[in-house]
Design a protein around this ligand. Sequence first.
Ligand SMILES: Cc1cn([C@H]2C[C@H](O)[C@@H](COP(=O)(O)OP(=O)(O)OP(=O)(O)O)O2)c(=O)[nH]c1=O
Length: 189
Amino acid sequence: MIPVILASGSPRRKELLATTNIPFTIINSAVDEVEKPGLAPSDLVQDLASQKAAAVAEQYPNHIIIGADTLVFLGAERFGKPKDEHDACRMLTALSGTTHSVYTGVVLRYNQQSYGFTACTNISFNQFDDDFIDQYIASGSPMDKAGSYGIQDLPPALIAKIDGEFDTVMGFPREAFKTAYDDFLKTII
Ligand SMILES: Cc1cn([C@H]2C[C@H](O)[C@@H](COP(=O)(O)OP(=O)(O)OP(=O)(O)O)O2)c(=O)[nH]c1=O
């Protein structure tokens, strides 16, 4: 059996991959991600996921490496993880009351072979009031999350609609991953 590495420090990705029954270990990809200009959102997240997987693949030949990346887009405006609390406030204020898109790219890599895909889920938020934004930032939750929110820990009353897979928003589209993983295995065995 080919050993599998999740090249991620995200506790959400670990939690979601663990439910698939695929045994894996974690090596956090310490790569300095480079955002190539001009890429469409779906290509950008896949490229960033690919950089994470490639960095670990160099050190771990003959392993299947999984990399992933998540970004939030409000139209053309891109929201990654906040730099600080002020930045988190800016993002939450901008996303309040909007419908926006969460893109997660996943790349599977085995030596020089790789396969990637991107999943997208559209989220509609109700209006956030200032007190909520302040309290949510004080909880610390936004600081390690793209768009400065975790769909998994927002009060349900603030979420008007989720159009797509919930797991994509949490950073790991499980169902699409399982299909991709099975297909990828067939190409490398
Ligand atoms: C939008 C959203 C993001 N997130 C998280 C998932 C990811 O961990 C994070 C997006 O940042 P990423 O840069 O994709 O990932 P990461 O830095 O956490 O982990 P690594 O690069 O090591 O794989 O935001 C949620 O948990 N819930 C959400 O609703």
